[in-house]
Write a protein that binds this ligand. Structure first.
Ligand SMILES: [Fe+2]
Ligand SMILES: [Fe+2]
Length: 353
């Protein structure tokens, strides 16, 4: 604990120091005949108790209190003002400025001792409580982070579960998540939303968990009836993910239900168009289609990057939101980089049996 004694009278300084020392031999005491020096020191290291003379050359006790209370961390430090006379106006103003207590000159040593004892005890309790609150806040932060991490892990595992049944590879969901974040950032969406889109995008096809293998793994083109079944996966994905209180899973549900909508309204399941499609769905549509085109699938080889880039730009305003395509094309070097960083492993033909 640090006690500041501020008084232009040296005799008073010595007397007050002796009194405080007798209260608690452990406290550090700093005596200041000059209030401005005391304020400078206080701004460097906050005192735990201040005994303050009112009448001083330079600045008076009122001005001292005003300047000290404006310092960070000074709000709860007890200040005892020592006044020569029971001047009501001086005390009233001092109270309004934030003085905690008063002592009248000539100071009664036993009264000063009691007040200093009480105020130091109060200050100790206050500091203990503040530390406890900080500790609790830190604990809550840790616990919240742990919950969020577990939530993200579950989502990754859910996406992996879907992937086990789907010919789309794990690298597909990693790449399309990166493309999605790139587009989101290029559109100038807030950073936390870009991150959320990055984490939610891999959930776009979890609805395929509900698609029969004979359709999901069919090597050739799907007929109309099969296509009809395949087109249920956005609704199934939404049913799996909706109703969560987690922002991330809510966004996953939104992406699942909207990622096959098209900007011109010819997509599915609802055929909504333009800005009626949530931005997350419009972003993921570009990222998902582009990566599907450049990936090998049971029914087609992987397209060259240039051919897929042309497809995307040919579909501005048709399949895709023009603004999303614009930022996607502007980020072409980064797209190529993502593509090469997360390339599919070269592996033998996947067995469909
Ligand atoms: Fe899909
Ligand atoms: Fe996909």
């Amino acid at each position: 604990m640090l006690v500041h004694i501020v008084d232009d009278n040296d005799t008073n300084l010595m007397l007050f120091e002796q009194i405080v020392r007798r209260v608690d031999a452990e406290v550090t005491i700093a005596c200041y005949p000059d209030p401005l020096t005391a304020l400078v020191d206080c701004s460097r290291q906050m005192a735990d108790l201040v005994l303050l003379d009112y009448m001083m050359p330079g600045i008076d006790g009122h001005e001292y209190v005003r300047r000290m209370r404006a310092m960070p961390g000074a709000r709860d430090v007890p200040i005892v003002m020592i006044t020569a006379a029971a001047d009501r106006f001086v005390r009233q103003t001092a109270l309004e400025l934030g003085v905690t207590d008063f002592l009248t000159k000539p100071v009664d040593p036993s009264e000063m001792r009691v007040r200093v004892t009480n105020l130091l005890a109060l200050r100790r309790n206050h500091l203990r409580l503040r530390d406890q609150n900080r500790w609790l806040a830190e604990e809550v932060r840790h616990a919240t982070r742990a919950v969020l991490e577990r939530e993200e892990e579950l989502i990754v595992r859910l996406a992996k579960a879907a992937e086990f049944r789907d010919p789309e590879t794990g690298s597909h969901i990693v790449r399309m998540a990166h493309y999605s974040r790139l587009i989101a950032c290029g559109l100038g969406l807030p950073d936390d939303l870009c991150q959320l889109i990055f984490k939610a995008a891999p959930m776009h096809d979890v609805g395929k968990l509900g698609t029969p293998d004979m359709i999901l793994l069919k090597p050739g083109r799907l007929d109309d009836a099969e296509m009809e079944v395949m087109r249920r996966h956005p609704v199934i994905g939404h049913a799996i993910l909706s109703g969560s209180s987690s922002h991330l899973i809510q966004l996953g549900a939104e992406i699942a239900i909207t990622h096959h909508e098209k900007y011109d309204g010819t997509g599915y399941p609802y055929g909504i168009a333009g800005e009626n499609i949530p931005i997350s769905g419009r972003i993921v549509a570009v990222a998902d289609v582009f990566d599907a085109l450049t990936s090998r699938r049971p029914y087609k080889p992987a397209w060259e990057m240039e051919r897929a880039r042309l497809y995307v730009s040919d579909n501005i305003g048709l399949h895709f939101d023009p603004r999303c395509v614009e930022v996607f094309l502007a980020a072409w070097p980064e797209i190529l980089d993502i593509r090469s960083r997360f390339a599919d492993p070269v592996e033998p033909e996947r067995s469909l049996v």
